[in-house]
Design a binder for this molecule. Structure first.
Ligand SMILES: [Mg+2]
Length: 266
């Protein structure tokens, strides 16, 4: 993947949006936290940036385009945060959940060994009085230390690594760092598997872009295909498989406007 520079981005974007304008099908795949919404200590206060909901509503109504959310959050949480928007397909828990556009929720069962290890990991941290910092997700646990003082952050990380590492053997579980915490979760499906499943359900000439900010989005960036567009949305650049870098919220809004201009005939 070529290095992302501000000089190379306009050309790649122009080519993509020119293809998008003539495409008969397209789908915009979106991570939620850090991509459409800024991080908040109170998770349900992480509302989309101003202007995002209106733009997603327009894309959703475009005759040839559509939106699928792919988030680490439970799908129902994403649906709540997107209100008043409704009717959007949501892949929650990194693809372990599918919430259809009609609002029906499907959940894939966990492997027994994975479920046992997650239960043990949760109970261990509860024993250390850290349950309030722990987010229980489908297929995973996330320990959050965003906005904690630095010394507390280091202690929380060290404890979680010491307790959780021995639980991984014989499971599909992995320890993953994210901005502001550590996650223990099943590794399949991941966001890349979700992207692959969506692409297979679309016509082969459909144009697809994926926007994400976090380490868990890298699988999705790699699954987007050579015709697709992988976009890192983040205030600061980092090494990534994405070919485009946008700084939220302003450049994100410009991107969404360009998607609307390419796909909405009115
Ligand atoms: Mg994110």
């Amino acid at each position: 993947m070529p290095e992302v520079t501000l000089q190379t981005q306009p050309q790649r974007l122009r080519e993509f949006f020119a293809d998008l304008a003539s495409a008969t099908h397209s789908r915009l795949l979106l991570d939620y936290d850090g991509t459409l919404a800024p991080f908040r200590q109170q998770r349900m206060e992480a509302r989309p940036y101003d202007g995002v909901i209106e733009r997603l509503g327009r894309i959703q109504q475009a005759p040839t385009s559509g939106i699928t959310m792919i988030s680490g959050r439970p799908a129902t949480e994403v649906a709540t945060l997107l209100q008043p928007l409704s009717g959007i397909e949501i892949r929650g828990a990194h693809g372990l959940e599918l919430r259809t556009a009609e609002g029906e929720l499907e959940q894939m069962p966990l492997d027994d060994a994975d479920a046992d290890a997650l239960r043990t990991a949760r109970n261990q941290l509860e024993g250390f009085g850290m349950i309030t910092a722990l987010e229980e997700k489908t297929g995973g646990l996330a320990l959050h230390w965003r906005e904690q003082p630095t010394h507390a952050t280091e202690q929380m990380r060290a404890l979680a690594v010491r307790l959780w590492t021995p639980l991984i053997a014989g499971t599909s579980l992995r320890l993953l760092s994210f901005d502001g915490g550590l996650e223990l979760r099943v590794t399949r499906p991941h966001k890349g598997d979700a992207v692959e499943a969506i692409r297979q359900a679309l016509p082969c000439d459909a144009r697809v872009a994926y926007l994400g900010d976090d380490a868990t989005d890298e699988d999705a960036f790699r699954s987007i295909g050579t015709d697709g567009l992988a976009v890192l949305v983040r205030a600061e650049y980092r090494a990534t498989a994405a070919s485009i870098w946008l700084r939220p919220p302003q450049e994100l809004l410009v991107f969404l406007d360009a998607w609307i201009a390419a796909t909405c005939p009115w």
